[in-house]
Structures are given as C-alpha cells and as structure tokens.
Write a protein that binds this ligand. Structure first.
Ligand code: MN
Length: 442
C-alpha cells in the first residue's frame, strides 16, 4: 500500500505559483495524470501532470530536462502518450516518477528553467479520456443509496440478503465513457407508465449518480485471483464518475438481468487521475456497524481494516440553462464522503478476481452511488426527490424532480485533513441536450 513520504510534505511549494493557492485542487502534493492537447488543435494527445492551473507536458519535459536514471526509464511511456503502459509499471517505477516530478516542480529546482517552456495553461487544454479503458464494472458499495433506493421498490426489505456478504456489481460498457466537458442527448428508451402497454420515446426520468472511479494499474493472469493483501498494488488511481441513469427505462428493464440500456448511453469521468500515492495521507480505517456480519476471510485483512477506506468529500453541483443564461454559477445539491462506502476498493479487486477473472491495465471500477447517511445526502435525484415525488427547489425558484435539457451536472471531490495539504480531483461535468430528433435551442 502507498505510504506517506517526502512528496506529501505540507511545507513543499512549487515554482508554479498557482499551485501554492490553498484552494487549488492541484498543489505539488497531488500530481495527477491526464491526457490532453491544445484546444482547437489536431495535435497528438499527450500525457500531462496537473500543477496549479497549468499542465506539465511530459513529452516535452522528458526531452527538454535532465532526469535521474530511475525516472528516465519510467517516463518513456508517458513521453509516448501511453498512460496504460505507465499504469502497468511496478509501484517502484511509478513512485520514482512521482518523486522526480515533486523534485522538479518544487521551488528552487534546478529544472525550473528547462521545464518552464513545457507548461500549457489548463484553460487552453482540451482533456481526453486519460487512458484506454478495456472493461468497466460498476459496483453498488453505497449502502445508504442501496437502502434508500431499495425502500422505494421494497419498503419491507430495502436491502437484499446478499448485500452485506457480497460486493454487488454489473458489467458496464466502456465505449460510452467520456471525459468531463462533453454534451450528450437525452436517451430514447422503452418504459412503462400507467398505460397498458409500454412506450418508446425520450427518457422522462433522467438522473445522475455520484460515484468514485478506480483505474486498475497492473492486471492479473486469467485463473490467478488477486489476494486482498496484494489488491492495493493493482490500483493506479481514482477519478470522479457520473453514471448517468434513465430511471424509467431502468425500472422496466432491470429484471431479471440488471441494468442495460438505462446505463450505457453515457458515463462521464473527471480527466485527472489522482494516484493512490497522492491519496496516502487520506486513508482511514474501514469499519462496519456493530452487529453487521464480518467479511468472509477472502475479503478481510488487517491492512484493509486499518486503512482500507479513503476520506474523500464528494459533491454534486447543478447549473440549469436558465441559470447559465443569467450567468449564475452552479448550486451545490449535496455532499457525502467516500469513507462511508460499505466495501473498500481492495475488497472489490479481491472479489472481482476471486473466480479467476482477469483484470487488465486501464480497467475501470465504479464505486456505485455514494450517498451519505442523512436526509439531503442522496447521491442521485431519485433519492433527493424521493422517487420523483418531492421536487427540490433551486435558489432561483426553479424545481427539479429529474434532469431537464440544458442542465449541467458537475461532480467535485477533495481530500482535507489536519496536517496535510488539501488535494482535489477537478471537475467532472457534462450537459444534457435534447433527445435526437427533438427540437432544441441549446
Ligand atoms: Mn451506478
């Protein structure tokens, strides 16, 4: 598991001045990876590191500056624009690059002059998917979400009997994953209303889901499970993930095989991958309420109990088309914390591979919707509006049960802890536009 080291020192300052702003998501202690090119250009995509409001272009940086032997070799895939190949490297290689970047970007570094010309302003960068995602699995680790949604469908038995024993998940679809900043049309689908026969048309109950995404670094051979003790070594880093959901389609189609077209029309990721190394100061104990079953031995370890969870504050923000027209900023709808998840990422890796299933570099796990324990902490509109029955009121007087055309939903996440530098994930945003074939002024 990643440990706290010199790269987390809160005293470290960068010669990139914007990184020293206490409100920046990307101080020197973070150093997340992303894939970018200059907006409006047809340049090849490159891998960069976010620092303050800038991106350090790693293709230029590897060529124009002097690096230690250990870092130079591990920088090769990054310079070539291949994050997957870097993710598959050993933890020692990845940590060597983090240490080298921390040295290179800190105040007084000898590399300052050689690297200054390798910066691109984030405001001038177009972000792509950070890596190639082969397979995508969405889990259901938010017990408060599972309970709230279960209550809507089964008031007498909200949680199914397997929930506290087996991490529930389904295989999602990677082709419709997109990096933050895109727009997508409201999906068409089949759903059932009060009428005798189902209908086909634009989704009427479009929703978001506030999730954390985990990207796999090195995979495993088919038939060779990853034990929970080794599971953390296979995690590269985390992003924010919005699992857009068509609730009316979902309600009609989900039995007996689970989510299908209600979930695979779009999924949005934040473009910067915050590494497990960067998250080391924010690990917290994993514990269950007294009286709950203990995880079976293959899902349990001392390390997982001691620091298997991660303290990440998560938020959902909404800006409607009317708000945008008046240049009003987004409003926050809720806040929750990833530490409340019922299963840890190590348990998800161990469980996913326990039958011999092989993971590959760049595979993505969704955490499931992260709702908090209290009223108003629902990570989806389905929860905040009690199944669409109680609209929420926005400050400008507009109301929402589900999303309307023109709505922009932004997920945010950050880690704060006494004695540690705050780090963040950047925005995970996308905008809903009118269904195909429907008129729109957007
Ligand atoms: Mn989901």
């Amino acid at each position: 598991m990643s440990a706290i080291d010199a790269t987390h020192d809160t005293a470290l300052q960068s010669w990139v001045a914007s990184a020293n702003d206490p409100a920046s998501d990307f101080p020197l202690q973070n150093l997340p990876y992303g894939r970018f090119r200059r907006a409006g250009s047809d340049e090849a995509w490159r891998i960069g590191v976010a620092i303050g409001d800038q991106v350090l272009d790693l293709r230029w940086a590897s060529a124009r500056s002097t690096w230690s032997d250990a870092a130079r070799d591990a920088l090769v895939p990054l310079a070539q624009g291949d994050l997957n190949a870097f993710m598959a490297r050993s933890h020692a290689d990845r940590s060597a690059v983090r240490a080298a970047l921390s040295q290179a970007l800190r105040e007084g570094s000898e590399q300052t002059s050689s690297l200054r010309s390798c910066l691109v302003a984030q405001s001038q960068a177009e972000m792509g998917m950070p890596c190639s995602v082969g397979d995508y699995t969405d889990f259901y680790t938010g017990i408060h979400h599972a309970t709230a949604v279960g209550k809507l469908f089964r008031p007498d038995q909200p949680l199914l009997p397997n929930y506290k024993w087996v991490p529930i998940g389904y295989h999602g679809r990677s082709s419709s994953l997109r990096a933050s900043g895109h727009r997508f049309p409201r999906p068409l689908g089949q759903f059932k209303t009060e009428a005798a026969e189902p209908q086909f048309g634009p989704c009427r109950r479009l929703d978001y889901e506030l999730e954390v995404g985990a990207l796999i670094g090195s995979g495993n051979e088919l038939g060779e499970p990853i034990a929970i003790a080794q599971a953390e070594d296979h995690l590269f880093g985390l992003v924010l993930l919005n699992d857009w959901s068509a609730r009316d389609v979902q309600a009609w189609e989900y039995q007996p095989l689970g989510p299908f077209l209600a979930k695979n029309f779009a999924t949005t990721l934040s473009p910067w991958v915050v590494t497990m190394d960067a998250l080391a100061p924010f690990r917290v104990p994993f514990a269950r309420p007294a009286g709950d079953p203990k995880p079976l031995p293959y899902l349990d370890s001392a390390s997982n109990r001691e620091q298997g969870a991660i303290d990440i504050t998560l938020e959902v923000w909404l800006q409607t088309a009317a708000m945008r027209a008046r240049a009003e900023p987004a409003v926050r709808l809720m806040q929750s914390n990833f530490r409340d998840a019922y299963w840890t990422l190590a348990q998800l890796v161990a469980h996913h591979t326990s039958n011999g299933c092989n993971l590959q570099s760049g595979d993505l796990f969704g955490s499931g919707t992260q709702s908090g324990p209290d009223v108003g902490q629902g990570g989806s509109l389905l929860e905040l509006t009690h199944g669409g029955k109680q609209p929420i009121m926005l400050p400008d007087g507009e109301t929402r049960t589900f999303l309307e055309d023109g709505d922009t939903v932004t997920l945010r996440g950050f880690c704060e802890r006494a004695g540690q530098r705050r780090i963040g994930f950047g925005d995970c945003a996308a905008t809903v536009i009118a269904a195909r074939g429907m008129s729109s002024t957007l």
